[in-house]
Design a protein around this ligand. Structure first.
Ligand code: S3P
Length: 450
């Protein structure tokens, strides 16, 4: 039997993904079911824990990051069913009723878990909490949420002037503030809004550009009192409302769909139907940019599912051209920049990505890592302080690469490898399971040799 051209290699707990392009070439064809949206999954677990009564979650992402959230909120007293079925239930304990955990809360690799949870913990007066994460998360900046929480009256301590985990939190009665956030970040916005649920008075967050609005939508659905001013990118939550358990239907994650949209667009002869993709307008920057680059992506069966817009997306191979990615669109495609960099490598002309300095403080420094790994393959990528300059059209060669334990880097490099000559080995590829547990098996299923 011949060796499969997409295969996993495990050596001492470290998993590598090996992609060997057959001589005859390959193309991608078929239907793809993507995993549940990571942002919505975290929020459903958290609001379910803070609500009264039962929350039922359909289509929760069964990846490592939501598992970290579930573990933390179990330790805080919520009963959450095992994360191994299509339907997950949460028995909420009600706002203000979290138990003081007996041990450190561990958010693993998940920035969303840690930052959103800090808002919740800081406002639970009378209890003491300690929180930490893995080595990546312990090096990511927390002052962006610690400072506004302190303005609300929070008591938080940590390394490097309270800016790095592990952090200790003494829950307090907080007071609402008006916070002008210097960055467009849904994690910062959501942390402050969650703290505002139990604060005295009104809590307003004003962002420099619109970030994903899943917290606003879900808080309203759970019964929080909230007003949104889209002209000002401003959201206000009124303290004191009670949350009520709900049914949440989690759409597929557009950030996971993005790998297939780019793969289908760059690998000659491909046609993929990516089903059940969440197309909330605060997340669809990737679709606008791929359209500008000349990709052939058609939405089908557009619908609203439990308050979130959803569509199936059909992508076919087409020749891409370069474009500029900068300004207010950045927060609407922040997690898709690594895979857009891959698209740019196969586009004609020079693509410029700017205003994306936030990528330096994600699960890895995504600007540095994408530049170094794509250049190893023969691409022409220059790192800018806040972005990348990518000249497309140079042929790529398979080499040994590293994910830097970053899920989106592992998957982006796997897609780049589909168009590289020879064998590409991506080390530490198990990181993909943070947001996409079945990535490798789906890749095996849709790849066909010509
Ligand atoms: C997220 C917000 C974004 C995004 C992250 C998930 C969220 O982070 O990169 O993957 O669920 O709120 P920032 O808010 O730090 O930009």
């Amino acid at each position: 039997m011949s060796v499969p051209f997409v295969r996993s290699k495990v050596v001492e707990n470290q998993q590598s993904l090996v992609i060997e392009k057959p001589f005859s070439g390959l193309s991608l064809n078929g239907k793809i079911q993507i995993p549940g949206d990571k942002s919505i999954s975290h929020r459903a677990l958290m609001l379910g824990a803070l609500a009264q009564g039962e929350t039922q979650i359909q289509g929760l992402l069964l990846g490592e990051d939501p598992r970290s959230t579930a573990e933390c909120f179990r330790a805080l007293g919520a009963e959450i069913s095992p994360l191994n079925t299509e339907l997950v239930t949460v028995q909420g304990i009600g706002l203000g009723n979290l138990l003081e955990p007996l041990d450190v809360l561990n958010a693993g690799n998940s920035g969303t878990t840690l930052r959103l949870m800090l808002g919740i913990l800081a406002s639970h007066s009378g209890s003491f909490f300690t929180v930490t994460g893995d080595s990546s998360l312990r090096s990511r900046p927390m002052s962006r949420v610690v400072k506004p929480l302190q303005e609300m009256g929070a008591k938080i301590w940590g390394r490097k002037d309270n800016s790095l985990a592990p952090l200790a939190v003494k829950g307090q009665q907080l007071t609402g503030i008006i916070y002008h956030s210097p960055i467009a970040s849904a994690q910062v916005k959501s942390c402050i809004l969650l703290a505002g649920l139990m604060a005295e008075g009104e809590t307003t967050v004003i962002e420099p550009a619109l970030s994903r609005d899943h917290s606003e939508r879900m808080l309203q659905a759970f019964g929080a009192k909230l007003t949104v001013d889209p002209e000002q990118n401003s959201v206000t939550v009124f303290g004191g409302a009670k949350l009520q358990g709900q049914t949440v239907i989690v759409p597929g994650d557009i950030s996971s769909a993005a790998f297939w949209l780019v793969a289908g667009a760059i690998v000659p002869g491909s046609e993929l139907l990516v089903e059940n993709v969440g197309v909330n307008p605060t997340r669809t920057g990737i679709l606008e940019i791929l359209e500008m680059m000349g990709a052939d992506i058609q939405p089908e069966n557009q619908r609203i599912v439990a308050g979130e817009p959803v569509a199936d997306l059909r992508v076919k191979y087409s020749k891409l051209k370069s474009c500029e990615i900068a300004g207010n669109i950045i927060p609407r495609l922040i997690d898709e920049i690594p895979i857009l960099a891959v698209a740019a490598v196969f586009a004609e002309g020079t693509t410029i990505i700017r205003n994306a300095e936030e990528l330096r403080v994600k699960e890895s420094d995504r600007l540095a890592v994408m530049a170094s790994q794509l250049n190893k393959m023969g691409a022409k990528v220059t790192e800018l302080p806040d972005g990348l300059e990518i000249t497309g059209g140079t042929p790529l060669t398979g080499v040994e690469l590293d994910s830097y334990t970053d899920h989106r880097i592992a998957m982006s490099l796997a897609i780049a490898a589909l168009n590289a000559q020879g064998i590409t080995t991506i080390n530490r590829a198990e990181a993909a399971a943070i947001s996409y547990p079945n990535f490798t098996s789906t890749l095996q299923e849709v790849c066909q040799s010509n």
